[in-house]
Design a protein around this ligand. Structure first.
Ligand code: 26Q
Length: 822
């Protein structure tokens, strides 16, 4: 009997097919025969977008009609990755779309591979923003993310002879299906110029910002759908334009280049993401980017607030909460003050009350070199009026400091927003603390250190202002989407599909951790994921690895404090042990690295080269019978993380205690059943609390021990001389053994470990790290034990859902109730 014919109107698969074909023909002018995978991707994306836009309109009118309080998240970075799968999942049409494409005979893998990552961020901070906007929508919280629509995201990384080379990331060169341009909401902002004092009508002396350069920001909106809800919020990214596209006078005089110069300069602002995840101190364009995006966003926020009848400044802070993602948008404090005082004529106290009720600030780092500072002369040139206002903010702030600690001049200079001596600098973190009602760290330990070390007197000055909000990750992207097989097993085992909205449900997996059948299923999925990663390693690195080996991964930005070089020392030690004893009984290991170094960070680049070159030597040495492999995957990005994380056995979280604010890769890996080898740093501490001491490998000095050793005068040579193996390993790296004919290839690395003083105490932690790896080896040999530990990790890390994090922000900082959309 023939199956009844499905009708498009009531069959979701048929209607998705029709919609995809319709976009293919009418939006992209392609027929099915000539369509490339990218054409199919675009048509599918448009079809997904159609599902989202109607919900988006519904959400926005619900928020507008009810005049709700909103959260505005200000971030210079959003590391979104690909949007197709998460859009389909969150629109609730993933399965139907897959089926539709299959029935259309479309190669799904090729289709999804043709989407470029949206890589508008450097690392943790940018990816956190992406997870947060996912959770905000999922929790039905009215929120808008603001940022910059960089034409070039984070550079693409390639390796040449082991060296990192950077190429531009032209992710939107042929357009992107997810952005909707809204010229009707463009904003004009000004910059540069000077301040003149004029007498106004009432004879008062008023500063006026004049002779400014004008810029236009045009918003590009990306729909941000929640998972399992109707809410679709907006990510609004600004593109910079000139007010006048062409100087006709110059053009008529024959100067074409002159005629478009202003346009080109203005468009430069949103051109490229700064690839540094430490402060790029003193770069004018970076400051202009920050101000441009903050000024456009605040104007947009104020426009939205004021268009509602009855709204005004009296209830602005009731309707508007602004979260500053680090100090990068901290100029917002001075910009809102300028608007309130210069343009809206509020008096200072009124204006300041609005400001401190509106803003809250998240700190992401304790590293002194990463704290943002701007030279006063630069500020005077780019933002002269803001500089005046910041001085006045500081004058008043120092009055309260002086009242608290009378006669204490040192306290004044410690707390000041302006750093004196050797060229005055503005401390953006101090401005952000003073201008906000709440300041948070991103893990419990980090927040404690923030209060104790970074802002000790501020905590006394503003009791209760400092709070902890331990980071989280979205379980949609970092489990449901990236690990479908494990997700299916979880749904089957729990007997319910709603765990991605309530990650604590995973606890119930703990009951299965001892069950051999469940262990086998769990580890079989891990193995399939490892086979897939092994194929990727073969493709990208030309290295053959066995999926039976232990996959030991360190994936994160390359930084000294993250200590990829500690990992390397251990690899070289294992290699040496194997050469000394080829029959050494050890679990075969594949060391997987992925990391980008800031283009100007020479030592980080030297470490990349060392891992690549030493790794190549190890990979080709037949004497060790394939027991060690080292694969450095190029061009780490969200999409690559989604491939590596489900395949990881061991997660390297080995920063010097006190240096990693939180880490979020640690959470993603644990959620996917990787065990952590880590220091008591950042969120590792809390991961350990959740999974239990038996299910994590902790090693190394604590924050207190690091401090004590440092105070006693740390000498790396003491450890070098005391540990024969460590000494041999360092000497080996310092020799030209791995780079014949090229001497001193790793001199920068070698120098940093010894004569450079080993600032991150790699040598001090080496032996403890090496011992922890012996414990890892022993645990892995006992497969049921390892399986149990892995399952316990997945079962017990529900706390690290970004839904939990965002709920805490909403309740404790934003005072933001959810608004369900019907
Ligand atoms: C600042 C000024 C000029 C140019 C660049 C920058 C800049 C850009 C990015 C400074 C810092 C960053 C990024 C910092 C970052 O990613 N920090 C990480 O934030 C994560 C989320 O909270 C934490 O998990 C990590 O521990 C922290 O290192």
């Amino acid at each position: 009997v023939a199956a009844p014919r499905r009708r498009a109107s009531d069959d979701p698969v048929e209607s998705i097919k029709a919609s995809i074909l319709d976009h293919l023909t009418h939006t992209f002018a392609r027929d099915t025969a000539g369509a490339t995978p990218r054409d199919w991707f675009l048509a599918t994306a448009m079809s997904a977008r159609d599902h989202l836009t109607s919900r988006l309109i519904k959400t926005q009118s619900a928020h507008n009609d009810q005049n709700v309080r909103r959260l505005y998240y200000l971030s210079l970075e959003y590391l979104m990755g690909r949007l197709l799968i998460s859009s389909l999942q969150n629109a609730g049409v993933y399965d139907h779309t897959r089926q539709a494409l299959e029935e259309l005979g479309v190669d799904w893998e090729a289709l999804r591979a043709s989407e470029d990552d949206m890589g508008l961020g450097n690392g943790g901070l940018g990816r956190l923003a992406a997870c947060f906007i996912d959770s905000l929508a999922t929790l039905d919280l009215p929120a808008i993310g603001y940022g910059i629509n960089y034409e070039f995201g984070l550079f693409r990384q390639a390796f040449e002879n082991g060296h990192q080379v950077e190429n531009p990331d032209s992710w939107m060169i042929y357009g992107t299906p997810w952005e909707l341009m809204h010229p009707e909401y463009q904003q004009e902002v000004q910059i540069y110029g000077e301040v003149e004092n004029v007498f106004d009508d009432s004879g008062n002396y008023r500063p006026q910002w004049v002779n400014t350069h004008k810029l236009v920001g045009v918003p590009n909106d990306i729909p941000v759908p929640g998972y399992g809800t109707e809410t679709v919020n907006i990510l609004r990214l600004w593109t910079s334009h000139a007010t006048e596209p062409l100087d006709l006078n110059a053009f008529n005089e024959g100067g074409y280049v002159e005629a478009v110069r202003n346009k080109a300069t203005s468009e430069t602002i949103s051109k490229v993401l700064y690839p540094n995840d430490k402060t790029e101190n003193g770069k004018e364009l970076r400051l202009v980017q920050q101000y441009f995006f903050v000024a456009c966003s605040l104007k947009d926020i104020i426009r939205r607030h004021m268009r509602v009848e009855g709204n005004g400044w009296h209830n602005f802070a009731d309707k508007v909460a602004v979260q500053l993602n680090d100090t990068h948008p901290a100029i917002a404090v001075a910009e809102l003050l300028r608007i309130l005082i210069d343009e809206e004529s509020l008096d200072w106290d009124e204006a300041w009350a609005i400001i401190t009720k509106t803003f809250a600030y998240t700190n992401h780092t304790l590293l002194p070199e990463a704290l943002e500072k701007w030279g006063v002369p630069l500020y005077a040139r780019v933002l002269p009026r803001h500089l005046q206002l910041i001085y006045e903010i500081n004058r008043r702030h120092l009055e309260t400091v002086a009242a608290k600690w009378p006669g204490d001049n040192e306290m004044l200079s410690t707390c000041s927003i302006v750093e004196e001596g050797g060229g005055k600098q503005l401390r953006m973190a101090h401005l952000a603390v003073v201008g906000s009602h709440a300041v948070n760290g991103v893990a419990a330990l980090h927040t404690e250190l923030l209060k104790k070390d970074l802002f000790p007197y501020f905590d006394t000055l503003f009791p209760g202002k400092f709070r902890n909000k331990t980071n989280g990750i979205t379980p949609r992207r970092w489990l449901l989407d990236c690990n479908p097989a494990l997700s299916a097993l979880i749904t089957k085992t729990l007997g319910r599909p709603d765990w991605p909205r309530n990650l604590d449900l995973l606890q119930a997996l703990g009951k299965e951790a001892d069950q051999p059948a469940f262990q086998q299923e769990f580890m079989a999925i891990k193995r399939v994921n490892k086979v897939a990663l092994a194929e990727t390693i073969q493709e990208l690195c030309g290295i053959e690895v066995s999926p039976d080996a232990l996959f030991d991964v360190q994936i994160k930005r390359l930084h000294e404090y993250k200590r990829q070089h500690l990992n390397l020392l251990h690899i070289v030690a294992l290699y040496r042990r194997l050469l000394q004893n080829p029959d050494l009984d050890m679990v075969p290991r594949v060391f997987v690295f992925a990391a980008k170094a800031a283009p100007g960070y020479d030592l980080a680049k030297n470490i990349i080269r060392a891992i690549n070159v030493i790794g190549a030597r190890i990979n080709h040495d037949e004497r060790i019978q394939g027991k060690l492999k080292v694969a450095f995957l190029p061009n780490y990005r969200v999409t690559l993380a989604e491939k590596i994380i489900p395949a990881a056995d061991l997660s390297e979280q080995i920063s010097t205690a006190g240096k990693e604010a939180s880490g979020t890769g640690n959470m993603k890996l644990a959620l996917n059943g990787a065990l952590t080898i880590g220091t008591l740093d950042g969120a590792n501490v809390e991961i350990g609390e959740e999974v239990g001491d038996d299910n994590i490998f902790i090693f190394g000095m604590t924050v207190e021990e690091v401090e004590a050793v440092r105070n006693a005068g740390y000498r790396p040579y003491d450890f070098y001389y005391a540990d024969e193996e460590l000494r041999a390993v360092i000497d080996w790296i310092g020799s030209d053994y791995f780079t014949p004919g090229e001497r001193h290839a790793f001199a920068p690395l070698h120098h940093s470990l010894l004569d450079g003083g080993d600032p991150y105490m790699v040598l001090a932690d080496f032996r403890s790290y090496s011992d922890a790896h012996l414990a890892v080896d022993a645990a892995y040999r006992d497969s049921p034990r390892w399986a149990k530990m892995a399952i316990m990790n997945t079962a017990r890390v529900g706390k690290f859902s970004s839904d939990r994090t965002i709920r805490e922000y909403a309740e404790d900082i934003w005072n933001l109730p959810p608004v369900p959309v019907k």
